[in-house]
Design a protein around this ligand. Structure first.
Ligand SMILES: Cc1cc2nc3c(=O)[nH]c(=O)nc-3n(C[C@H](O)[C@H](O)[C@H](O)COP(=O)(O)O)c2cc1C
Length: 167
């Protein structure tokens, strides 16, 4: 089984609920999940790569094939297209990270409001950043629009279930 790190960017807490709804669905699917409400790159890398080592042992012992570790970025956008405060240090550390992250696969869920010209810009920017440092995007960015989507938690859970074979 692959390890999933859910990395949350949220200013007012709404995106935390969406991320926790995804965590709940993944747990029901028997996935191994860590959620990071205050993302710290070092912790996330430790979790990511210790999981790979653990998986290596599982593979040696039982010949089970596993997929690569997955990061799910779940972030809103604030200011004029900016990252929420709680994820800014993570983004900065990631930008300056010289570790090889090419074994990491990711998908991004963006929460925003289509009344802003910079709709879900933080989610778009972090997807571009992850691709630029060699991570593999599993599926195109999924956005939820707070001006139109009434229950983003429920919609996110449905989306995770529909795409469960990706991770
Ligand atoms: C001050 C402010 C600025 C915002 N700027 C943007 C923006 O640039 N683009 C966007 O898509 N949504 C923007 N939003 C909408 C938020 O992303 C949306 O309300 C989201 O649900 C907030 O999530 P959070 O509770 O996790 O912080 C903004 C909201 C506020 C209050």
């Amino acid at each position: 089984m692959n390890a999933i790190q859910i990395i949350v960017g949220s200013m007012l807490g709404g995106t935390e609920y969406v991320a926790e709804a995804c965590e709940e669905t993944l747990n029901k699917l028997d996935r191994n999940v860590d959620i990071h409400l205050k993302p710290d790159l070092k912790t996330i890398l430790n979790n990511t790569f210790s999981a790979i080592n653990d998986l290596g042992l599982v593979q040696e012992n039982s010949n089970i094939s596993s997929k690569s570790p997955v990061w799910i970025i779940c972030t809103s956008t604030h200011g004029a297209g900016e990252y929420p405060d709680n994820i800014q240090q993570f983004v900065s550390d990631l930008t300056n990270c010289d570790q090889d992250l090419s074994t990491v696969s990711f998908l991004t869920i963006g929460i925003g409001d289509s009344n802003y010209d910079t709709f879900c810009k933080a989610a778009k920017d972090i997807s571009k950043l992850l691709i630029s440092i060699g991570c593999k995007e599993l599926i195109a960015l999924k956005t939820f629009d707070m001006a139109a989507d009434i229950d983003p938690e429920d919609l996110a859970q449905q989306w995770i279930s529909t795409n469960k074979d990706l991770f």
